[in-house]
Write a protein that binds this ligand. Structure first.
Ligand SMILES: Nc1ncnc2c1ncn2[C@@H]1O[C@H](COP(=O)(O)OP(=O)(O)OP(=O)(O)O)[C@@H](O)[C@H]1O
Length: 354
């Protein structure tokens, strides 16, 4: 703990290196990991039983939105197993050879973490099937009719895959994971605990009501909670002698355009375009993304899950639709036929009790 604090204050904080701070704030053991109670319990069983059998555990797939703790959990798995970890990502595995180079140098029991596993190229993916199942790969040498496959043994390892888009994973790959963890958004109480833990590591005093204010605007996501905490700390240092109060937290977050429900600039851009340019929808994802100058994947993965969860946007077969609550959120009057509006039922004049 004190090592972590030293690390945070002496190196990362002084340099203002956000990524270093983020890494230093990661919980290191499963028992420190806040929330996701079911995933934690299930994973703990998988790991304990593997340790008892002295065998690498089944391959683990984690799905869930950005910043919910997938990388953190992958690192924790390796720590709990006292195993080394190799980290790569789907986009880095363009050719089968990229993956073969990693697989052939794994040591027994090593954890291989592939982030964004849904973005791996097909040849690498096919090589991974065999490696996951039989701990071997076939290296193809030569081309055309003269090509030969040389089998290569791979040391038994545990693959930990992370994806924000589980639906894009081909079934043969998904089926080869022995344990699939679905990471959910965190509730306000869990985010408050994340914030208190991070504040302690940053040496920052954080009153309960200030933590509540920040948690309420963190979109159910620990990474965002930690980021907002750092912005509140900056604001407090410059404008209020380093003292964080609920009012200071609210003023800081207003300044950074994070509203009381946690919507940020991207969320509001999506809603404003939906209402202002498309009359509330329905509109297709790519059209909506073009209208705000973003990639469709950013809108779909970063903004939409939160907006849907807040009841501000609906995904319908005909496209994205703003709900009545979205109109209200942006200070507008929803049209009577807005999605989710309470349409009064016209019972006519003779509508007495039957
Ligand atoms: N359960 C948790 N308890 C405490 N802190 C957490 C927890 N989950 C995540 N965090 C914090 O949130 C930050 C982001 O987590 P992490 O990088 O693991 O998310 P991720 O799901 O891998 O995101 P991405 O998909 O964008 O890579 C970490 O720095 C960590 O400090």
């Amino acid at each position: 703990m004190s090592f972590e604090r030293d690390l945070v204050s002496a190196d990362a904080d002084a340099e203002g290196d956000e990524r270093l701070v983020e890494a230093a704030l990661r919980p290191k053991r499963l028992e420190e990991f806040i929330g996701q109670a079911r995933v934690r319990e299930q994973l703990s069983l998988v790991l304990q039983s593997a340790l008892r059998r002295n065998r690498p555990p089944d391959h683990v797939l984690m799905s869930g939105g950005p910043g919910l703790g997938k990388t953190t959990l992958a690192l924790i798995i390796a720590t709990e197993l006292s195993a080394p970890i190799r980290i790569t990502s789907g986009p880095a595995l363009e050719r089968a050879g990229d993956l073969a180079a990693i697989l052939s140098t794994l040591s027994e029991g090593e954890v291989l973490f592939i982030d964004e596993i849904h973005r791996m190229a097909r040849p690498a993916e096919e090589m991974l099937y065999l490696a996951m199942e039989d701990f071997r790969v076939d290296i193809v040498v030569g081309k055309g009719p003269g090509a030969t496959a040389i089998p290569l043994e791979v040391a038994p390892f545990t693959l930990v895959g992370a994806t924000t888009r589980a639906g894009l994973l081909p079934a043969p790959l998904r089926d080869r994971f022995g344990f699939v963890a679905h990471m959910d958004f965190y509730d306000a109480g869990e985010l408050e605990r994340v914030l208190h833990r991070s504040a302690a590591l940053l040496g920052l005093e954080l009153p309960g009501d200030a933590a509540r204010e920040i948690a309420g605007r963190s979109r159910g996501t620990p990474r965002i909670a930690n980021r907002l905490l750092r912005r509140v700390r900056d604001f407090a240092e410059v404008r209020s002698d380093g003292v964080v109060t609920r009012d200071v937290a609210a003023a800081a977050l207003n300044l950074y355009e994070v509203d009381a429900e946690g919507l940020d600039r991207l969320d509001r851009a999506v809603l404003s375009a939906l209402l202002g340019k498309f009359g509330g929808g329905p509109v297709g994802l790519s059209t909506l993304a073009v209208a705000i100058g973003e990639e469709p994947e950013t809108v779909e993965v970063v903004a939409e899950p939160f907006l849907v969860r807040q009841g501000l946007l609906a995904r319908t077969p005909r496209g994205r639709v703003a709900t009545a609550a979205a109109w209200v959120h942006l200070g507008l009057t929803p049209p009577p036929d807005a999605f989710g509006a309470q349409v009064p039922v016209d019972l006519g004049d003779d509508s007495g009790p039957a």
